[in-house]
Design a protein around this ligand. Sequence first.
Ligand code: NAD
Length: 390
Amino acid sequence: MTEKTTFVPVSYTGWGALDHLLSEVERFKVKKILVVTDPFLKDIGITDKVTDLLKSGKFDIDVYTDVMPEPSLALGESLVDYTRAHQFDMVIGVGGGSALDLTKLAAVLAPHEGKVKDYLNLTGTKRVIEKGLPFILIPTTAGTGSEITNISVLSLETTKDVVTHDYLLADVAIVDPALTISVPPGVTAATGVDALTHAIEAYLSKSANNITDALALQAIRLISSSLRTAVKDGENRQARTDMSYGSYLAGLAFFNAGVAGVHALAYPLGGQFQIAHGNSNAVLLPYVMGYIRSSCEKRMKDIYETMGFSSASMSQEEASSRCVEELTRLVMDVGIPLTLRGFDIPESALDQLTKDAMKQTRLLSRSPRELAKEDIIKIYRAAFDGVVSQ
Ligand code: NAD
């Protein structure tokens, strides 16, 4: 069987990668550039680091700073309207997944007709047909992998939906771990577990292939060995570097192999309770893994070993169970609550959460264990009560 794998055409990764920005922008022969970022990054000088590098290029630069975490559809609509009204030649996204996802919409939907809503995966009626403006993505968190995926995630009233097409792949990704040094511990933890979840779900996905397996395992190795340090000691250059590479590799893996149950159940938590994407994945990770374990013991044994544990004398059953235990410990060690109660989610919400999770058929179809309505409610209940099945 032939396997297809898609990558962003050009990436720069590693400490100091940002130095390549100017030459890359010049390659596109553009004049009027929109930089999309969030107000906090502008305040702490990260956005200026990027725009300062462009000063010698005599570009006309407009900085859009209205990005909010977990961006809403309304925010997407307003940025796309703004881009259409100003005739830019290029868009540069600087920030976490929220800024990068909005950058993709601005660049790709600029020459399209209609609203962003028309292009949503679950309910949209229009298709992306043009490449749009060239765009460069510069992540400042080590988490989403948005810089190398072809999706843009938007928060709706009760859940999330995506706009997806290969035209949403950046022309250039610049992953410079130096930009993540200022990420506070709580955001480092949430975004780091998000990246780990991407790698794990890609490795366990029904659509995994030889290439995504290699990417996912190296991501799991890097993230599981550096996340605790990055959270405790944000200035640790090696830990930040490993996290940036881990997040990048996990992004490549999940973009090609897909994510599954954890994300399907996490989207409604983000949509209904405004829980940061990384936290909503993290709180569900142990419960979904515990529930699907019996359908993917061999692969969970691989993950356990990749996390640095020896399973030489163990059966697959035992190693996969230990894997769930270690993942639970990691989430706990980086300070993320391990129950839905810990995020103030009431028991009465579980039915609606289940209904909304079931709409994520694209994600659920890749789970190694089929997740029907009765399975999903059981997982939410376990996460509410804090009972991980192993
Ligand atoms: P974010 O972009 O929402 O940022 C979270 C917070 O961290 C913000 O307050 C931001 O100002 C701050 N921050 C970012 N970089 C910082 C830095 N260097 N120093 C200090 N503070 C910093 O968080 P995120 O987790 O990166 O992105 C979440 C969004 O990405 C969600 O909407 C999620 O659904 C989406 N997402 C997209 C993909 C994809 O492939 N497109 C994948 C996963 C998640």
